[in-house]
Ligand binder design. Structure first.
Ligand SMILES: [Mn+2]
Length: 484
């Protein structure tokens, strides 16, 4: 069994370090001027053994942010970490909350509820949760770039906001104290492949170095940044960002940590709970067992459970949380199978419907958080675009999944479909819709027309689809659909 010892790994890189311990301002400024930091330097500045990494200071507004955070920590200001409600957001919160707690900061965290709250740092959340709480500084992770009104209201309450986000940058930016987002046109970092958790990690990296410059670690123990690589790996794998560059380096290390015998309590508990063979497993097993369970948490319960699990050192507490999280996962998987089963039963009763080019179905009992996964399974199985809708409320919510050759977002936007939708958003392969219940039939007809027109435009695709229809592939007959 491989045992990872961070100090051993560091030593490997120590031999070529030429800097003195009192680094000169010239040497220190390397970090602020140069994009890439070689292995020896990364060891020297950040105590990290990653080989070549990108300097966190090259991210636009990073220097400004670390100075503001240093002030907040040294003046004992109240800091709040605000995360998105998915696994990327929750892993980002876990890293920064743990980091700030370890250095003695007055820190708390908040993640909105996907089922009830609006996305991001909304004005409702700021008003409902943070008014009169004496918070001085909010640091958003994996969200915030769209939160114009929330940031505005926070400013009215005297709260500074530092945004860290990797989502697309809108034209109208929030008036935050600082915005760290590698997708900004004038950010030279070339770090746009990082997930939210990657940016949280880079912030911790920049802080560690700056605080050292300020002599802060003479009073407090310097946190070991390598300890967070496992959380970085889980968030990065869950967010499906490209595995390249800095992501790849750090993922490798995080993966080794997850496989090593010295795991954090939460990850050990989760491995025990889902009972998979981590020693002989590969990165795909880690994704399909561990990461998948974290992805489900934000959808069917609350992403808070991820932060609780990843930041506890209490093995009994970790075991309890892992058990709870796993039970949500099992429920979610059963629900997913039930939806697929319902759809297949429907086709058995209505065989004529199977010749259509699309599947658009709804049911009052389907759980919104599961529709996407079930739709994607059915789109694969039937080789056609699928929209599944939960219509338990007047405003029905649905998830759409496409197959190769059909740009879902364009199909929804360019045709009459949009007329019958209250809201929709997404991309070529996946989209979410909101539709008034009495418009569902009209939407179904328009969506079928849109896809049929598309097929007629592209004869090759039509051939593929008709070929499929007469191949006589039958709707699934039992409930073991090979879902994992
Ligand atoms: Mn993300």
């Amino acid at each position: 069994m491989e045992k990872i010892n961070s100090s051993d790994l560091c030593l490997k890189h120590k031999k070529n370090v030429n800097f003195t311990s009192n680094e000169s301002p010239v040497v220190a400024s390397i970090l602020f001027r140069r994009r890439l930091i070689a292995g020896d330097e990364s060891q020297f500045f950040f105590k990290l053994p990653f080989g070549q990494i990108t300097s966190p200071y090259i991210l636009k507004h990073m220097s400004k942010s670390v100075k503001r955070i240093y002030k907040a920590v040294s003046m004992a200001e109240k800091i709040l970490i605000f995360g998105d409600y998915d696994s990327d957001g929750a892993t980002s919160v876990s890293i920064l909350y743990d980091f700030f707690k370890k250095i003695g900061a007055d820190v708390s965290w908040f993640i909105p509820d996907r089922k009830k709250d609006a996305y991001g740092l909304s004005a409702e959340i700021v008003a409902g949760q943070f008014r009169n709480k004496d918070i001085d500084l909010i640091i958003t992770v994996d969200c915030g770039i769209n939160s114009v009104q929330g940031v505005q209201l926070a400013a009215e309450y005297g709260i500074d906001v530092i945004i860290t986000d990797h989502h697309e940058v809108p034209a109208d930016l929030p008036k935050a104290f600082a915005i760290i987002n590698p997708k900004q046109k004038d950010c030279m970092s070339q770090l746009d492949h990082l997930a939210g958790v990657g940016l949280a990690y880079y912030l911790a990296m920049a802080l560690t170095y700056y605080f050292r410059q300020k002599g802060f670690w003479d009073k407090f123990l310097e946190p070991d940044l390598m300890e967070y690589c496992d959380i970085f790996a889980i968030g990065t794998l869950a967010d499906l960002v490209p595995v390249k560059g800095d992501n790849k380096n750090m993922l490798n290390f995080g993966y080794k940590m997850i496989k090593s015998v010295e795991r954090r309590a939460g990850i050990q508990a989760m491995i025990d709970e889902c009972g998979f063979d981590i020693i002989n497993g590969n990165v795909i097993d880690v994704t399909s067992n561990l990461v998948k369970r974290f992805q489900v948490a934000g959808r069917v319960c609350h992403a808070n459970i991820i932060v609780d699990l990843l930041t506890t050192e209490d093995v009994f507490k970790a075991a309890k949380i892992a058990k709870e999280l796993n039970s949500y996962y099992i429920k979610w998987k059963n629900e997913q199978e039930r939806i697929v089963f319902d759809v297949c039963e429907y086709f058995k009763k209505h065989p004529d419907e199977t010749i259509k080019n699309t599947i658009v179905l709804w049911n009052k009992s389907w759980h919104e958080g599961v529709l996407g996964k079930a739709a994607s399974f059915l789109a694969d199985k039937f080789d056609k675009p699928v929209v599944l809708i939960s219509n338990k409320n007047v405003l029905a919510k649905g998830s759409a999944r496409s197959v190769k050759g059909f740009n879902l977002f364009q199909l929804l936007a360019d045709n009459n479909c949009a007329k019958y939708l209250k809201e929709f958003g997404g991309h070529a392969m996946a989209a979410g819709i909101v539709c008034e219940s009495n418009n569902m039939v009209k939407f179904r007809n328009e969506f079928e027309i849109a896809v049929t027109n598309e097929i007629e435009k592209h004869y090759v695709l039509m051939h593929k689809i008709t070929d499929f229809k007469f191949r006589g592939r039958k709707p699934c007959e039992n409930r073991s659909f090979g879902l994992s």
